[in-house]
Design a protein around this ligand. Structure first.
Ligand SMILES: Cc1ncc(COP(=O)(O)O)c(C=O)c1O
Length: 380
């Protein structure tokens, strides 16, 4: 059977935005309070209740969340931060932004997550923290990682950009480390177009991050134009402009209500791929540790990855690569001297990984279009 090319391009990670989100944004625009305000507060509260930490701070990205987490933990020049080379550049760039040095630990072949068995050999007297990334929504081995952190007095930051729904065994990701950072970028499990959130149980860290996120103004400075009358602010540190706006939160509060439904839709597509692609000469994604897999990315491993990517695109199927190894990117090679072969498992995955479209926007028909295109590409 000859595959008939899709008429329209199947966008990778297309979000579902319903009328209710649109109306909430319009309501915010009409209210006049379009900056940080009551809707951001409500979104923070919803997130707090869902994740189960004492504090949440909504920001304009997960990158901002990572940056402020490192600053709030006092990490800076001369410090080393252990992380994975198989992640989005933001995880590592923010380590550099605070003046610290990234130290890469290779990943597990099956889960693509940092290999907890290799962490201890990279710990030095300068190591201050470990940033774990719950890749594709699959939890890292948090019991082992927390035990190592405790033994060596290290902080743990969870990069949970892919992992809003993820659980490690019975524990919610985002409640396990000292701080966690979430992303609401356009193709994430829940979107505010751009946005992020910090979760923590530590009041001091939460307050530092809140202040750093808005120029270093003292607490609740965003309320200064409210109906309780103008209040002066005091600058207590040289902070940043990382706050979330009520326009973004308007999307978030309605996306949140659909989070279980979105996951179920991604699960349906996942099941179709698992069932229909198993005869192809590719490696299908691993289910990961006990708990809940948030199924953010459906990553296969294939030979000739770039050719497969090109041919899928020609069949009107959008696909992605998550990720090329960070330590081999020009800046990191030049600045820190990282070499090919230093994280062999991550390098191998980086050369073969390809993410097929996976989004609650997709219909069953869309999923079968991807299957047919894959069969065409592999000549099956
Ligand atoms: C693992 C990981 N960390 C951090 C980020 C940064 O998120 P944001 O785009 O919200 O800054 C991303 C975004 O893709 C990511 O995938």
């Amino acid at each position: 059977m000859k595959y008939l090319k899709r008429k329209d391009f199947l966008m990778f990670g297309k979000p579902v935005i319903d009328e209710v989100e649109i109306q909430e944004v319009v309501d915010t625009l009409r209210s006049g309070w379009i900056g940080t305000g009551p809707k951001t507060q409500r979104f923070e509260q919803d997130f707090r209740e869902y994740i189960g930490t004492k504090y949440t701070i909504a920001l304009n990205s997960c990158t901002a969340a990572l940056h402020l987490s490192l600053l709030a933990l006092g990490i800076g020049s001369g410090d080393e931060v252990i992380t994975t080379p198989l992640t989005f550049c933001a995880t590592v760039n923010t380590i550099v932004h605070v003046g610290a040095t990234p130290v890469f630990v290779d990943v597990e072949k099956e889960t693509f997550n940092i290999n907890s068995n290799l962490i201890e050999e990279k710990i030095t007297e300068n190591t201050k923290a470990i940033i774990v990334v719950h890749m594709a929504g699959r939890s890292c081995q948090m019991d082992r990682i927390m035990a190592i952190a405790k033994k060596h007095s290290l902080y743990v930051i969870e990069d949970a950009a892919h992992a809003i729904e993820t659980k490690f065994k019975e524990e919610k990701v985002g409640t396990i480390g000292d701080i966690a950072c979430f992303s609401f970028y356009a193709n994430k499990n829940l979107t505010t177009a751009e946005g992020g959130m910090v979760t923590t149980d530590n009041v001091e860290l939460a307050e530092k991050i809140r202040v750093l996120s808005l120029h270093g103004m003292d607490k609740d400075a965003w309320k200064r134009f409210g109906d309780n009358g103008y209040k002066h602010y005091d600058i207590i540190t040289a902070g940043y402009k990382y706050n979330m706006t009520d326009i973004q939160a308007s999307l978030g509060i309605h996306q949140f209500k659909k989070i279980d439904y979105f996951l179920e839709r991604r699960r349906e597509v996942w099941r179709i791929y698992d069932r229909e692609l198993k005869g192809l000469p590719i490696v299908l994604p691993n289910k990961g540790v006990d708990g809940v897999h948030a199924m953010h990315l459906y990553q296969i491993l294939t030979e000739n990855r770039d050719e497969v990517l090109r041919r899928l695109n020609a069949e009107n199927i959008g696909a992605g690569v998550h990720y090329l190894a960070i330590h081999l990117q020009t800046y990191y090679k030049n600045k820190f001297g990282f070499k090919v072969g230093s994280s062999p498992v991550a390098e191998d995955i980086a050369s073969k990984t390809l993410s097929l479209p996976l989004s609650p926007y997709m219909t069953e028909e869309d999923a079968y279009d991807v299957v047919e295109a894959m069969c065409e590409v592999y000549g099956v």
